[in-house]
Write a protein that binds this ligand. Sequence first.
Ligand code: ADP
Length: 588
Amino acid sequence: MKVLVINCGASSIKYQVLDSDSGQILQKGKAERVNERKDGHGRALEEIPATIDVSIIEAVGHKVVHGGAKFFDSVIINSEVIDAISRCHESASLHNHANLAGIRTAIEILPNLVHVAVFDTAFHSRMPSRSKNYALPADIVEKYNICRFGFNGISHDFVSRRAANFLQQSLEELRFISCHLGNDASACAIEFGHSVETSMGMTPLEGLVMASRPGDVDPGIVTMLCRELGIGATEHILNRKSGLLGISGLNDMRDIETKAAEGFEPARQAIAIYAHQVRKYIGAYTSVLGGADAILLTGNIGQNSAVIRQRILQHFDYIGLRIDYDKNNDVNVSEQHPVIDISAHNARIRALVVATNEELGIAKETAKLLGGKTIVQPAKPIPIAISGRHAHLDRHTMDILFGTNSELEVFKMISQPGQYASEQTVNLVGPRDRINGVRVLGPLRRNNQIEIARTDEFRLGVDAPIRGSGQVEDSAPIILEGPRGTVNLKEGLICARRHIHMTPSDAQKYGVEDGDEVEVEISGTPRDLTFGDVLIRVSEKYILEMHIDTDEANAAELNSGTTGDLIYQKPDSPAEAILSSRRDRQLD
Ligand code: ADP
């Protein structure tokens, strides 16, 4: 497929038309210092059609720096996607602003082509939560949407595929530590094709030393600078005045190497600190991965500087990583020879210099997304709530367990209007084991209904049927213990059927009716999952929410507060077409 790839940065725009299969560049161009012109990005893009042959272009791929917590994969751009990108994350506003300016103008001047957004964060979006989360207070994390997003994902993904190809092994059996060393720099631990840890964080500031960013610093330094100099000046120092530039006064590694060879001490310091920091991450990531098959060096410093590569990779014999110094000095990667092995013959961990090619990565992603018969409609997000095991009681049972005319006391309100978790708990006693302290939900109901997960069922030694709420007739028996008495329920124990609560107006918006069965796709977790047999329940009293139990949440590694996408409604509906096109793509 012939793809026009547009990389609209804060100050420059690069564009290429390339063949996504062969990688051949058919046309390319660049506009610099666009931020200094009036309507810079728009004007510069309007000039593109005059410089290239638009008639051969089959699709347009846009690099978008930040997909936030919303985009885990590339998407076809429509107005909702544009809206979501613009709201992605405050910390990304500068980058995404430029990317969006590019997208808007490109759609105006090439309205008949499909435009695809490829996100630099997407590759990291399925990192395990231990890598994604910072050790900060949970309420602060939630309020400000703080987590490690990671960047340079298009490059890390692309070079890992190139390396696997070179090694003639499947990505699914390889562990890599990829070091993207350009003006930006980040390390990424890649396990079986997935990013499991990366050095850039919520913003691109964290991690390795970069051209003008410091990488890791003590947060105490940041707060001290904010106090002394103000927030704006601190941000400027951290983004524009630090890193190689801050240490040596130079930000181009070629100049730094020349000056270091001449004996200029700050340049020597810059190289020493730079390489030391990369070494630390390689050491840490071998621990994260429990070993590695290869270290990948890319970006223009990684690809071109034998000096830096040697400084980074020396003294790693203890993990079986050894380089051949002659091979290292002779490296000359190109699109014809994009991977060069610089390991010594007896190395257990290989060292590979890999040419990155972000534009080709974006073109391939675009072609892959459009490969099927694509009718992708905007996703239909459904908030997800995870229900722990709980009990609904009737008046009679309440009287026996907690005393005649006793009342439930509100512990905390829950999301569905009028309902609450009460202070009261009961014990469930099965033939095999017991579960104490099961929360009673209020208000009281007409029938007892005890909802447990499959894991509980095995623990109790009972056989609970899957039922919708209220369908307790002929369900399983269970013994309930309260502080005042015990009730031997003949029926009432169920595994709740997963369901979505919605109002009639939500139902209309989503194109479903009460009693419909739909599918809900969860993506962006380490274990993406599509839930089938999800029952739609419509009432004015509900708020929009899907309810699943703890086993179901664990299966998809979900936390409360995440969303799923309603992707399927009824056969022959437009949503079914989306699903089948997705299925086709998965099969490819
Ligand atoms: P990005 O894509 O992150 O903007 P690049 O991958 O283009 O950055 O890398 C830019 C850096 O690569 C600059 O610091 C530049 O000095 C360095 N670089 C390019 N060629 C060489 C070389 N031959 N030796 C050392 N460094 C080089």
